[in-house]
Structure formats: structure tokens, C-alpha cells
Write a protein that binds this ligand. Sequence first.
Ligand SMILES: [Zn+2]
Length: 295
Amino acid sequence: MVSTISRHCLSFDVEEHFQVSAFESPMRRRHWDQFESRVEANTERLLEILAQRGVRATFFVLGWVAERYPSLVHRIASGGHEVASHGYAHELITSQTPNAFREDIRKAKAILESILSQSVLGYRAPSFSITKDTMWATEILVEEGYVYDSSIFPVLHDRYGVPSANPEVHQLLTASGVLWEVPPSTVKCLGVRVPVAGGGYFRLYPYTLLRALLRKLEGEGASLVMYMHPWEFDPSQPRMEGSLLSRMRHYLNLDKTEIRMRELLQDFSFAPIREVFPQIEQMHSARMVSQVSGV
Ligand SMILES: [Zn+2]
């Protein structure tokens, strides 16, 4: 039976334009503090667009950004949005040891929770880097108190993805307990799983095509899980050096993101992830109760 779902998830990975994995280099990382910061202005603009339409979303904020701009985290939360974690230093999990990963996600969660005085439930990995080789990360997420993850992209891609992964929201049974997995949206067309979740795909496809694909998915009863970045709304950001493919992906149609998002907000109804999937909130409450009662 096809059910009508009126609410979908919109999410943003809050990071600087120079922190994206496609342009990653140890040299550039050492100079992060010397680049012009644009994340605050870009996120403010985004918050304004969302407020104009009364839309609330989930913001996966990088710990590095939160540490430098705590008032931005407050402004996101005071707009009724969910604040979740994008890790601390934007290191791909595929290049981290389990211990380094644990440190990174623990630090990010602690920074965000100390700013907000409330629990952070969700995590999204830099560049969706929970893959077949880094599935160990899911049990560490549970151990560090995360309730859900939104990092396993069920697509074939050169840098990320688990093509055989379950494309629906589901429970992952890890050695340390249950983790809700909220995969970015994909839709099956002619036997192929096509990503429609946002980011570069959102800027690549003509909007009418994307809308048709999203409507198809909606018609199948799925909740959409979409993602974007504040830097995608900033066509005048300084250009970085990198491979031709990375530059094409990063800079394509940046001047169209805002207008397309306005159309998207008109056509679909969105809410934060923890509200769209109340089972996440329920699992969090149950964990809190068992911690207090020592069960
Ligand atoms: Zn990122």
C-alpha cells in the first residue's frame, strides 16, 4: 500500500568551503585558520531563507566550526532546527583509526552539547565515509551516545557509498547496540539506484527532473532525506585548486542552488530528522531512563 507522507527531512552539513573532502590536503588543513571564513554568513543566509518559509531542518555542524562560532550554533537551535554532529575535524573515516574516530566524534558531541545544553542524537560522516571498510564506526557511534547515523549512502561512487546497503530508514544492529540509520535518498530507475538526496546531484539535475524523481520516491511511501551545504549557496566563494573533476563537482551551478531550494521548499514539506522519525527520540528517551535507573 502506498501511504502519503507529508513530511520529509532536509539537512545541512555545516562546514567551511575549504574543508570539503574533494579538496583535502595536509598542507591546506594546516592553513585552515588562515582562509577567509564564510560559513557564518552563508549559514545565516540559509537560516533566513528557511525562516521565510517556516521550514525547520537538521544541521550537522562540524565541531571545528562550532568551537569558533558558538553563537551560530545558538542561532541555528533558536530557529527550531535540530543540531547534530558532522564530527570535529572533517577527517574521512576511511583514513582514521577506530581510536582517532572515537576521539573526533566524542569531541564534536561534547562541544555541541556544551554550547546547547542539550543532547545531540545524530551524526553524519564527512563525505559519507562509512563504507564497507569502515562499518566498525557504527558500533563506536553507539558507544559514544549517538542514536542515529546518516552516512551510509546506498550508491556506487568513486569516493563513498555502499551500493548494497538498505536504502530505507532502518535499525543497524551493531555489537554495541542499535543505531538508527537514515540513508540519504536514492530512487530506483530502470534497475539502477540513482542518488537524489541533494549536494552535487541537486545542482546537476534540472529541477523538473529532480522533482519527478522525488515525487516517485514519495509515491512509494518513502520519507525524503536530503542534504546540502552552506557553501553551495555562495557562488562568489574563492576558487580552490584541485582536480578537474573535484572542481567541476564543487563549483557546478552554485548560482542556481538558492532558487532551486526555494522551489524544493515550495513543493515538499520538511522537518528535522529527529521529528520525522519519532522512533529516534523514543530510543534516546529509553536510553536516558536506563542510564538513570542503572539498568
Ligand atoms: Zn562535510
